[in-house]
Design a protein around this ligand. Structure first.
Ligand code: BG6
Ligand code: MG
Length: 227
């Protein structure tokens, strides 16, 4: 059976669920400029970069052209400062179910473990979860030219490991992330709902349901179809 050499994980929604903290920080910012912001709209922001998220919120409030770039950068900074106040209180209890067991199994079978997050706060979050030592490489989002759905961040991790994409498996909870994995030429594991992640090569409803043997079987079939 063909086996992958690396697993490359998204952070927010895969390793831990920071979506609620992003929600609280964006909601406070939106309300301060008179834009309604609820949990349903927050779903649109999963996997989307900071400035792109702000643009979506401004569009929702019909304020897409109401601010200068300098003002928008100040708003994004304000949101991020609030977000950082919330995430520094995170503890290892907030690692999603079965993720520690999965990483341990991969480590034991000498599979490389990488992190490909759009978040510039990834190192802070991993530090609070006490997980910095669990990853062989963490991509630095500040140095990645194009954010998801572009393939750059997954390719950065594969390049660091010196691996061709076809030996890498990406794990994502957002449609933009699954597209990013596929554009990088990798096998995609989706965590979530078929309505948004139907393009994934294998899908699990949540992290507790991840079945590594099922991933290996599906990857083997996929690998044989690669050139
Ligand atoms: C992604 C999140 O992982 O990172 C998005 O799903 C977030 O919601 C993006 O906007 C960027 O994160 P940050 O921490 O750099 O603002
Ligand atoms: Mg995510």
């Amino acid at each position: 059976m063909n086996k992958p050499t690396a697993f490359i994980f998204d952070l927010d929604g895969v390793i831990t669920d920071t979506a609620h903290y992003h929600f609280l920080a964006w909601q406070a910012l939106a309300q301060s400029i008179g834009i309604d912001f609820d949990a349903a709209f927050n779903e649109n922001l999963k996997g989307v970069g900071r400035m792109e998220s702000l643009e979506l919120i401004l569009q929702k409030g019909n304020k897409a052209n109401a601010y200068t770039l300098v003002e928008k950068e100040a708003m994004a900074t304000q949101k991020n400062e609030h977000y950082k106040e919330l995430i520094v209180k995170m503890t290892p209890d907030e690692v999603l179910p079965k993720i520690p067991e999965l990483l341990q199994r991969l480590q034991q079978s000498q599979v490389k473990i990488g992190l490909a997050s759009a978040s510039k706060n990834a190192f802070t979050v991993l530090g609070c979860l006490k997980m910095l030592g669990d990853f062989d490489y963490v991509a630095d989002a500040a140095k990645i030219p194009n954010s998801k759905p572009a393939p750059d961040v997954f390719l950065d991790v594969a390049k660091h490991f010196g691996l061709d994409s076809k030996y890498c498996i990406g794990v994502e909870d957002a449609a933009a992330g699954v597209e990013s994995i596929h554009r990088a030429g990798m096998f995609a594991v989706g965590i979530g709902d078929v309505s948004s992640l139907g393009e994934a090569d294998i899908l699990f409803p949540n992290t507790a349901a991840i079945d590594v043997d099922a991933i290996y079987r599906a990857y083997d079939q996929w690998f044989k179809q690669q050139a």
